[in-house]
Design a protein around this ligand. Sequence first.
Ligand SMILES: NC(=O)c1ccc[n+]([C@@H]2O[C@H](COP(=O)([O-])OP(=O)(O)OC[C@H]3O[C@@H](n4cnc5c(N)ncnc54)[C@H](OP(=O)(O)O)[C@@H]3O)[C@@H](O)[C@H]2O)c1
Length: 279
Amino acid sequence: MIVVTGATGNIGRPLTRALAEAGEQVTAVSRHPAAVPEGVRHVVADLAEPAGLGPALAGAKSLFLLLSGDLHATGANPADIVGEAVDRGVRRVVLLSTLGVVTRPFGTTRVAMRALEDTVRESGLEWAVLRPGGFASNALWWAESVRTRRVVAAPFGDTGVPVVDPADIAAVAAACLLEDRHTGGAYELTGPEVITPRGQTEALAAALGSPVDFHELTLEEARDGMSRAMPAELADDTLDILGSPSPAEQRVSPDIERVLGRAPRTFADWAARNVDAFR
Ligand SMILES: NC(=O)c1ccc[n+]([C@@H]2O[C@H](COP(=O)([O-])OP(=O)(O)OC[C@H]3O[C@@H](n4cnc5c(N)ncnc54)[C@H](OP(=O)(O)O)[C@@H]3O)[C@@H](O)[C@H]2O)c1
């Protein structure tokens, strides 16, 4: 049995489906009850309380570990989740980390994530670590303004990064959970090309078949909006990456193609599959 945390999110949903379709028994974990694919067991648990994960982990051979962005801010110790997995007899863990541990190793959440990577590596479990850059699904922040006013409002309209499709992250996670050859792998996951917010707006317009305007926010406007949705430090870090990505943050990684044997999906592909959120 494979336990998938973050099971109802952008990565977890396609991952849960892929594992179930591969014939695996799957336990999907999230804090809220949710519909899951037929045959999948759903368990309500909070990763901030690792001891409560016992019922989910009982009898599991593998764990996909995805922490929500704010878990580190709760004071919880994610290393305890790995300890709980070891105690319950889990043999393999695939950790969703972030490219930031390599490109910007000094922020609070990335220091904590690097420490968790170390915990996973030293756990005695078979392990793999996934380090994605910015997600294509971050464009869902624009869904309401596109639906209601056909406008994307974002800072740094002409500065881009190679955003990665969460479905590709899920596909790599499935490979790491199911195939032995990825043990000890640390994969940097990006999309196939650098795309700017203006370019993403054009792709959304093409998917919708109707024009969408781009309105460039000032840094202050963007910071105001983002710090209502996430801790201020994380908002500042994210804006730093979006406004001044380093060469390492703009690099297209070969790792998705190496693992999956095909190129990563484009943002246009993600937009076409998720267009209903913007209608
Ligand atoms: N967005 C980016 O550009 C980016 C870049 C690099 C890395 N990341 C990392 O990617 C992860 C987010 O992935 P995603 O987009 O697939 O997530 P998502 O769509 O935001 O979904 C989060 C999932 O985790 C569950 N969850 C949240 N808090 C939980 C808790 N305390 N205990 C148990 N379950 C919890 C949620 O369900 P419930 O709410 O029902 O619990 C949901 O299933 C974060 O770790 C983030 O740091 C993101």
